[in-house]
Write a protein that binds this ligand. Structure first.
Ligand code: CNA
Ligand code: ZN
Length: 233
């Protein structure tokens, strides 16, 4: 299971690490709350601007993402459960049907009112053309990226797939996540209860470190290739 920390070496900041978006600017958190997004056109405008500036659009996968592709190539990957919305696992070469995006993705957009799906890229083109808060082209409703904001519930089917994978593995590796966002963080416990070994690869301590048989505090892009070799030796 991966979090924002696997993508920092691709130039995408995390939220809660030492240089994290929220660590440096705690007020940014309110951009990510669904109630604020729905209620306040000003927040939506800021949110679309932030999306447009997101470094993920121009980022390339790093050695951490590639290590998980290699784990799959060696036949040892059950799934990549990711909290990330940046699509870098798929772009690195992980099979899309093995990547479980528990917090959605930023490439797709969805209408809050009618559920119509579109591309974020198209909304950003409208933004560039002067529409600061692009509405749904089908019903005029509120458009947002297909990401899960605070206050939104997770997709039940996606969460079930993540829980099933957690119950069905020998080793559960939590990579680059503070394990503070629930219910996803609880998957560590689900895996351990089902008999899996828990390995944590994260620079900062997490609430699940005591449950882990190994905690690796090194750089993810350096440590993950080594770990993959060890796990498949
Ligand atoms: P987080 O809470 O920001 O934690 C990231 C953790 O990774 C921190 O503990 C860091 O110390 C650690 N870390 C960062 N870089 C490295 C590195 N190179 N080597 C070792 N450790 C490192 O992120 P979580 O994923 O736990 O939080 C969940 C949120 C963040 C999810 O909803 C994501 O959608 C959201 N997010 C995603 C992205 C992305 O898609 N790339 C970016 C920022 C935030
Ligand atoms: Zn609509």
């Amino acid at each position: 299971m991966t979090g924002a920390g696997i993508s920092t070496d691709s130039g995408i900041r995390d939220f809660r690490g030492p240089n994290g978006l929220w660590t440096l600017d705690p007020a940014a958190e309110k951009l990510f709350t669904i109630q604020n997004y729905l209620a306040d056109p000003g927040i939506r405008r800021r949110s679309w601007l932030a999306r447009r500036e997101n470094p993920a659009w121009g980022a390339e996968p790093n050695a951490g993402h590639l290590a998980l592709v290699e784990l799959e190539r060696r036949g040892s990957l059950r799934a990549v459960i990711t909290q990330n919305i940046d699509r870098l696992h798929q772009r690195a070469g992980s099979s899309p049907d093995r990547v479980i995006e528990v917090h959605g993705n930023m490439v797709d957009a969805v209408c809050w009112d009618c559920g119509a799906r579109s591309l974020t890229e198209d909304a950003l083109a409208r933004l560039d053309a002067g529409d600061a808060d692009p509405a749904c082209l089908v019903c005029g409703g509120i458009l947002k990226t297909a990401t899960i904001m605070f206050g939104q519930s997770l997709d039940g089917e996606v969460l079930r797939a993540a829980a099933a994978a957690s119950q069905d593995c020998d080793v559960f590796v939590a990579v680059g996540t503070t394990l503070q966002v629930h219910p996803v963080a609880g998957l560590c416990q689900v895996a351990v209860r089902s008999g899996a070994e828990l390995v944590i690869v994260n620079r900062d301590p997490t609430p699940y470190d005591d449950l882990a048989s190994r905690v690796i505090r090194e750089s993810i892009s350096e440590a993950l290739p080594v770990l993959v070799d060890e796990l498949t030796a």
